[in-house]
Design a protein around this ligand. Structure first.
Ligand SMILES: [Zn+2]
Ligand SMILES: [Zn+2]
Ligand SMILES: [Zn+2]
Ligand SMILES: [Zn+2]
Ligand SMILES: [Zn+2]
Length: 217
């Protein structure tokens, strides 16, 4: 049996709570971290993280038992007492190792972590993870970061910026103009052919009506 819920580190590791008198009640029996978006078993009312139950269900066949051994897990809302106990928790930010020293109430943790200046962002150039507050500075210097020339719209890595000089840029623009010109020429030719066809059929119409007039005289 695979145990993906153990492989996945719990979102809220117990170590993140700052107070030591931590209520044992608000721990998820599957991931052993604090409950996150909890739901509960209708029979025993034990709460679990919603994502932990999802992993649990993926590994079982119907009828899916409750992880606490009830015959079938039927989902219900997490009882209010647990939610209240969770709301009392104060937790350190997920980005503590990157330098964030904030301690946050459980209910505002997610909002903070989304906008936290110490959150890691991946540089689109070198794929390195950079702390959000240093991200712009990094991207402004990273040699692998893609730049786009405002004149010719060509993208190149910053390290090749020197090679994209005026001559190269003008050569690219010339090729773009030539390509555009060829395209327009083709379109114009098609339009002309179409008009010529129309003129020819009109001309034939005129000619045939003349013949009809001659015949009737
Ligand atoms: Zn869990
Ligand atoms: Zn149960
Ligand atoms: Zn933070
Ligand atoms: Zn980079
Ligand atoms: Zn250019």
């Amino acid at each position: 049996m695979s145990t993906s819920f153990i492989r996945d580190r719990p979102y809220l590791a117990k170590e993140r709570a700052s107070d030591i008198a931590m209520p044992r009640l608000v721990i998820c029996p599957l991931c052993h971290g604090f409950l996150w978006r909890p739901i509960a078993c209708t029979t025993c009312e034990t709460p679990f993280c919603k994502s932990c139950i999802k992993n649990w269900k993926a590994e079982k066949t119907e009828p899916i038992p409750c992880p606490e051994n009830c015959l079938e897990f039927i989902e219900r809302k997490c009882p209010a007492g647990y939610l209240y106990a969770l709301s009392e928790l104060k937790l350190t930010c997920l980005n503590k190792n990157n330098g964030c020293n904030e301690t946050l109430p459980y209910n505002s943790l997610e909002t903070h972590e989304e906008s936290c200046s110490y959150r890691l962002k991946t540089c689109p150039g070198c794929r390195t993870e950079i702390i959000k507050m240093k991200f712009d500075e990094h991207c402004g210097q990273c040699p692998l970061f893609l730049l786009t020339c405002s004149e010719c719209n060509t993208s190149y890595q910053r390290q090749y910026e020197g090679e994209h000089d005026v001559t190269v840029c003008l050569r690219i623009q010339l090729r773009q103009l030539q390509d555009n010109h060829t395209k327009h020429q083709q379109e114009a030719n098609e339009r002309i052919t179409c008009l010529e066809d129309q003129i020819r059929s009109l001309w034939q119409l005129v000619e045939s009506s003349k013949n009809v007039q001659v015949d009737t005289q």
